[in-house]
Design a protein around this ligand. Sequence first.
Ligand SMILES: Nc1ncnc2c1ncn2[C@@H]1O[C@H](COP(=O)(O)OP(=O)(O)OP(=O)(O)O)[C@@H](O)[C@H]1O
Ligand SMILES: [Mg+2]
Length: 461
Amino acid sequence: MPARILVIDDEDSMCSFMEIMLAKEGYEVSSTTSGSEGISRLRGENYDLVIADLNMPEMTGIEVLKEVKSFKNEQEVIVMTAFASVDTAIEAMKQGAADYVTKPFKVDEVKLVIEKTINRRRLIHENTSLKAQLQTENSFDNFIGNSDPVVRLKKMARRVAGSDSTVLIRGESGTGKDLIARAIHNVSSRCGGPFVTINCAALPENLLETELFGHKKGSFTGAINNKEGLFKVASGGTFFLDEVGNTTLAIQVKLLRVLEDKKIIPVGETKPIDVDVRLIAATNADLEDDVKAGRFRADLFYRLNVIPIQIPPLRERREDIPLLVDFFVGRFCEKSNVSLKSVSQDAMNILLSYGWPGNVRELENLVERAVLLNRSDQLESLDFPGKVAQPETVAVVGENQPANPTLESIEKAYIHFVMSQTDGIKTEAARILGIDTSTLYRKIQRYNLKDELVGGQKRKK
Ligand SMILES: Nc1ncnc2c1ncn2[C@@H]1O[C@H](COP(=O)(O)OP(=O)(O)OP(=O)(O)O)[C@@H](O)[C@H]1O
Ligand SMILES: [Mg+2]
């Protein structure tokens, strides 16, 4: 990706000159002749470098620099100054400018200063992200949440990671079973070995069998070569068996043998071979029910269930929602190169009250969508799909509501929702809400909804 540069200079000719010269060098350049316009762009977007003239009438380069540093301290800024006023350049350096060039300048000199600054920035950036990666890779830190059940499950996972025992991870779809399985592998003594995963629900029985255990050449039509089973591939590492509830009884017998004897027999072979894997299984099915119904072998169930890790659905640990929202907003703002957006109280309220049938995966997807749709620096309830603010879910303030939104905040969110659905037509909104228009006016005033709705509609255009 080319580095992005913003040039701020009150002289048009200087802006176009810099644009042409730097574009030739392969940078992505844009420019503005106004300091305040430059600032507002910097609030909304990320630039690797700002080049600002010090001597501008409306807002001086020093003022621009100070302002930028106040909200984006890590922003690299190079200042340009007339030869006669080196003192101001020194002042700029004190205020945090990365470097300065004096006008009139030699093109090569400017290129060099820019290259140096950008390289330094890249290094700093790489360094911090490497450090962060090292820190999180070896822990459960990237499993976000500090609700009681999550704290307990992370403690449990950390403890079992040190052993070689089988783990069964249980939880609804999208609760983070994959994430926990990988984290356990990453902190275990097997972290240097492979992490191999297979989804038992994705393959028909015969394919699943040869995938898991391998087969001998000629053992069936189509077996033109020997094939190594994934249990063998995972040797020295961890084997993650996802949706283990979707296996047939025949496969279950073979899995049991792996767990008991640490051996597999490839299809078409007679001699067992040794395997050295740690097994982590996951399911979102009720295995106890499957055992009762005879669909799942009881002996395998007890073998797998040595250490159960239960991840509760998101609706049962709503206090994790704000943390997860912040985490994903941060991640997606960074990914799409916009400065960090905040989340309005209204938006947070509807997210807190929603039922999250798709759990964290659904939340992750909705936040990503909202970040992409939103054009301001704050996510509003309108940035989330209507279903999130649906009356049914807004009205669900029941036992699983640790965040305790007030009745008022729910009423406000709901009025906001209906108003947005009716494009602000108050008579229509009042009819749906079952109140008369004057009452609606009063509530709009009381909850200060007018400004928010105007803002929301402006954005839509
Ligand atoms: N506590 C969490 N913190 C951060 N990200 C999470 C958390 N839980 C889940 N995620 C993210 O949500 C998404 C779904 O998680 P994951 O794939 O682990 O769920 P799963 O339980 O395996 O779902 P399925 O049953 O559908 O396979 C992933 O992108 C994952 O990174
Ligand atoms: Mg999964």
